[in-house]
Design a protein around this ligand. Structure first.
Ligand code: AMP
Ligand code: MG
Length: 487
């Protein structure tokens, strides 16, 4: 592997050094004909990287992991995970690499990570590769989530490799360069737990504390404080997913981060019509990861994290279990508070303390949306006009106009703030039919629809003339949407 001094990027190898049992040094596959498809210029600037250099041939090689700065130690990270409830002790980065950590000019630390960079010792039966469509999909949806203010990994670039990838057909291959607070997962702790090495669990916990929750490290019980901090971050995160209508699709414990960032945009989708049972993933036959189950699954996953931390909580394991159970008991209230606060903001009623009025009002609204299969995003956006006195658009969503009129009357009496609502209810989300259209075009070589959609969804609250089709619900003939894991 050659080095790239001219790219002026320094990659630390702190994870690889501190947690070598969980880091397999590995190299990315050579990309036969690398071609930069999309580069996130604002993110590059935030990281202190020079976009012009990243656009060069050397830049593409950095972004595919084949030309690295001196001293870089790319690794495949080991982790375990409960996949659809069943425990797999050895998952890990089958087609991904942690290139290292970047310190940005403000002192923040970020993982620079690749997806689709070739088989690793964790690849099992997989080919280690990724296709252009799914990598652009992750780019688009993660950048949309970021613009919506939802914690997430970010996308720095997608580079087409020039290699074909065999799926149902032959597809053009790509590597995604992704940036994250870290790639520590609940499954990372389960891996450490499965080794039975309490010293490793402690080193991993110390690493996570230093990286994400330095305040908790100072507390009387740092490892309990770590658990509580992760729980708070995940409760807040899943509340944001629910409020925006996002279905992650594969909330296995290896896909839930310690930082509280959304990770692994595989079979995810935004809901069109409001439906608590919404499931898009082709393999989620039982609906385990359906929209309405997401908070329940987050709590279940946190219980797995708590189990992994038990040896650190107390030397008496019965006392440790009591401590963990007590802490986990706070999840429902934290999630419920975050969700209710967000729902009030969507309704222009932030700060209204009268939950005995508001919570039933919210429940009634969701029942109306469900009964009439109302488009979730455009309904909430239309409420801004309704708050100003023009409910025509809102009413068009309902067959049951009597029901919605009665609801609107009660809601308007509470004095909703239309301006504030515009900052909580997006007009542009990556709608499934638009995503599919953009990815199909990109796979065929035309990136324009992708670029246009990306531009719409990365300023999601700012309604612009000419972008009407990006705000509209799916056409009736779009039909049921199906998504796929590990594509
Ligand atoms: P995911 O569904 O993306 O969270 O992936 C679950 C596990 O499968 C992880 O260990 C991935 O690294 C691995 N994996 C997914 N796709 C591939 C592939 N094409 N080749 C090798 N490993 C893969
Ligand atoms: Mg994953």
């Amino acid at each position: 592997m050659s080095v790239a001094p001219q790219l002026a990027v320094t990659l630390d190898d702190r994870f690889a050094r501190e947690l070598s049992e969980m880091a397999v040094p590995w190299q990315a596959d050579e990309a036969p004909d690398p071609r930069l498809l999309v580069l996130n210029v604002p993110l590059a600037a935030q990281l202190g990287l020079d976009s012009e250099s990243l656009r060069t041939a050397e830049g593409s090689r950095l972004l595919t992991g084949t030309l690295l700065p001196p001293g870089a130690t790319p690794v495949a990270q080991a982790y375990s995970g409960h996949q659809f409830g069943g425990f797999s002790p050895r998952l890990g980065d089958g087609r991904a690499l942690l290139l290292g950590e970047i310190t940005d000019p403000a002192g923040g630390i970020h993982d620079l990570h690749l997806k689709g960079s070739g088989r690793t010792p964790f690849a099992r039966g997989g080919d280690g590769l990724a296709a252009v469509g799914p990598m652009l999909r992750e780019y688009l949806i993660s950048e949309s989530m970021h613009a919506l203010g939802i914690p997430t990994t970010r996308a720095l670039a997608v580079v087409a490799t020039g290699r074909q990838v065999r799926r149902e057909t032959l597809l053009p291959g790509a590597v995604l360069a992704r940036v994250a607070g870290s790639h520590l997962r609940v499954g990372s702790f389960q891996f450490a737990q499965a080794t039975g090495d309490v010293g490793l669990i402690r080193r991993l916990a110390d690493h996570a504390l230093a990286r994400h929750y330095p305040g908790a490290a100072q507390s009387e019980h740092p490892y309990l404080a770590l658990f509580e901090a992760v729980m708070a971050a995940q409760a807040a995160l899943v509340a944001r997913w629910m409020l925006i209508g996002f279905v992650h699709g594969v909330m296995n414990t290896d896909n839930m981060t310690i930082s509280g960032e959304t990770i692994d945009y595989g079979p995810c989708a935004f809901m069109d019509e409001f439906n608590p049972a919404a499931v898009y993933s082709s393999i989620d036959e039982s609906g385990r990861y359906a929209y309405a189950n997401q908070p329940v699954v987050a709590e279940w996953n946190l219980a797995r994290l708590a189990e992994a931390l038990l040896p650190l909580l107390h030397e008496d394991q019965e006392k440790a279990v009591a401590m963990a159970t007590d802490a986990l008991g706070g999840f429902r209230r934290q999630y419920g508070d975050a969700w209710a606060t967000g729902m009030k903001a969507k309704l222009g009623l932030a700060g209204n303390p009268d939950d005995s009025v508001l919570l039933p009002l919210i429940d009634e609204l969701l029942a109306l949306l469900q009964a009439d299969r109302v488009d979730y995003t455009s309904f909430f956006r239309s409420l801004g006009a309704a708050a100003r006195g023009d409910a025509d658009l809102t009413r068009t969503h309902f067959a049951d106009t009597e029901g919605v009129d009665a609801w609107l009357h009660r809601w308007r009496a509470l004095g909703p703030d239309a301006v504030a609502m515009g900052r909580f209810n997006p007009v542009y989300i990556p709608r499934n039919h638009l995503v599919e259209e953009a990815l199909a075009a990109a796979t065929g070589g035309d990136l324009v629809p992708f670029e246009r959609l990306l531009e719409a969804v990365t300023s999601p609250y700012d309604e612009r003339p000419g972008l009407e089709r990006y705000a509209a619900a799916a056409p009736d003939d779009f039909g049921a949407y199906r998504t796929f894991c590990g594509t």
